[in-house]
Design a protein around this ligand. Structure first.
Ligand code: CTP
Ligand code: MG
Length: 171
């Protein structure tokens, strides 16, 4: 868009802990057909988005869909946690092979906000799991700068605007 400068086509890898706002951001910025989500694919091959036993099959499908779109030079958004450096390297290599812009979108929100959002969801991630994800996310955010992406977009949490005092009426 005019604001984030992401080219089209691009291979876009989302990075952030659960509840950092990855899927919300992707839906606001890309068509549904451009977004490939490991959670959605767990629900396709498994019993639901949180069926962790379906992860291997879901990621196998995800890789094939991402590669299929990239080879056709269609934009694709990889909606996973994005915290595994080996997976990131493979997606970057695929973007290079297919000539797509290689883009990472880092989603960060204060830990308190992420935890609050997580508590309010139907199926929350256990607190200890979220603690590990948040630590892993901090490490990933630092590593990404040296990985060689064409573009790194930072989406930072914007607190709700406070009600503003009314300006005095001009006389
Ligand atoms: N949310 C919000 N404001 C934002 C972004 C997200 O209130 N700017 C809320 C969403 O409505 C949702 C929750 O925070 O209820 C998590 O957002 P989501 O985009 O689903 O986070 P993901 O990073 O995709 O989480 P997961 O890894 O679990 O899919
Ligand atoms: Mg999500």
């Amino acid at each position: 868009s005019a604001t984030d400068g992401i080219p089209d086509p691009a291979l876009v890898v989302l990075v952030g802990a659960s509840g950092s706002g990855k899927s919300t951001w992707a839906a606001s910025r890309f068509r549904a057909s451009e977004i490939v989500s490991s959670d959605a694919l767990r629900a396709v091959v498994g019993s639901g988005e949180h069926d962790l036993d379906a992860s291997a099959d879901a990621f196998d499908l995800l890789d094939r869909i991402v590669a299929g779109r990239a080879r056709r030079r269609l934009s694709v958004v990889v909606d996973t946690l994005g915290l595994d450096p080996t997976m990131r390297r493979a997606w970057l290599a695929l973007a290079r092979e297919t000539g797509l812009a290689a883009v990472v979108v880092r989603l960060t929100a204060p830990e308190r906000v992420v935890r609050q959002r997580n508590r309010e969801r139907d199926r929350s991630v256990p607190a200890a799991v979220l603690t590990r994800q948040l630590r892993s996310a901090r490490r990933a955010m630092a590593e990404i700068d040296a990985e060689g992406w064409d573009l790194v977009v930072d989406v930072v949490h914007e607190p709700e605007a406070l009600p503003r005092e009314r300006a005095p009426r001009p006389v």
